[in-house]
Design a protein around this ligand. Structure first.
Ligand SMILES: *[C@@H]1O[C@H](CO)[C@@H](O)[C@H](O)[C@H]1NC(C)=O
Length: 285
């Protein structure tokens, strides 16, 4: 822990995590981490994907980002453990997000995207510097501190949170991709969302429901979704936004995953950044 310099430690009513005394919240820290991938998408025509990751940091909630670094390429591997170490300066006051873009290193063609995900840095710290975010394609990443003990990988649930609960929520989105962002795909601007869940990252997918079609680019859907949350299961919700005019199903406007535990821990309002552009907000009703 000696390399991690905590400049400010504030007291707050939180549970004990990451080896701090009761109630300590990390305000600033130097974060060092490594990245692994599991069940990464196989894009190799002959053989398997040769994945590498470009890591970027945003300090304005995802509007802009700058490159932190990239990993080496690991050949023929869908479960890579990259040895490269990354380092960033965490500041809770800044709206920091890490962006992980997994690419297939391809000698013959242009490198292809294997998956992308945004990670909220404050949440990552509060999870004890261990996180397993699902990629928007297949598989998930493991982001883990290389600097001392790691925590549980989950946000602490407030005292009094029940063992299980029926969650009711509504969805809205902002800044979705438009024609200009997706070139050849025809976009009418009539988005709707398909909601699904899995137990554990990369589990089998079950449908939760879908919204009606909105005619707004910044839609606020009126549909109420219900979901039976159980804290002893590692449940994930998947939000996949389609345009009603798309001919090809795969050409959706974006997809992001939410660990349901995070949503409950944060008071049942959560905004997810979509990998390409825009956000989706899940709000309790
Ligand atoms: C929650 O999940 C656990 C483990 O699968 C199960 O034993 C328990 O019955 C579930 N509780 C509810 C209320 O669904």
């Amino acid at each position: 822990m000696e390399n991690t310099l905590f400049l400010f430690i504030m007291l707050a009513a939180a549970t004990n995590f990451f080896g701090f005394s009761d109630g300590a919240v990390v305000e600033k820290a130097k974060l060092k981490f490594k990245v692994s991938g599991r069940n990464i998408k196989n894009e190799g025509l002959l053989g398997t994907s040769d994945p590498y990751v470009i890591v970027s940091l945003s300090e304005d909630g995802g509007q802009s980002k700058s490159k932190v670094g990239r990993t080496d390429t690991i050949k023929n591997q869908l479960n890579p453990d990259w040895s490269n170490e990354f380092e960033i300066k965490f500041d809770r006051k800044k709206d920091q997000l890490l962006y992980f873009h997994v690419w297939d290193d391809d000698r013959m063609r242009r490198d292809e995207t294997l998956g992308r995900v945004w990670v909220n840095v404050a949440d990552y710290v509060d999870k004890g510097q261990l996180d397993t975010p699902n990629l928007d394609r297949e598989g998930y990443l493991i982001i883990k501190s290389t600097d001392g003990e790691v925590g549980s990988g989950s946000l602490p649930l407030p005292a009094g949170t029940p063992e299980s609960e029926t969650l009711r929520f509504m969805l809205s989105a902002n800044g979705l991709p438009s024609k200009d962002d997706i070139g050849f795909i025809s976009i009418k601007g009539d988005p709707y969302v398909m909601v699904a869940y899995t137990d554990g990252p990369s589990g089998s997918v079950h449908e939760v429901g879908r919204t009606t079609v909105s005619s707004s680019k910044d839609p606020s859907w009126n549909d109420i979704m219900t979901f039976h949350w159980n804290r002893s299961k590692d449940q994930w919700l998947r939000f996949r936004i389609y345009d009603d005019d798309n001919l090809r199903r795969d050409d959706h406007l974006g997809q992001a995953w939410l660990e349901v535990n995070d949503y409950v821990a944060k008071g049942q309002i959560y905004t997810l950044l979509l990998p390409k552009k825009g956000t989706i907000t899940i709000r309790r009703v």
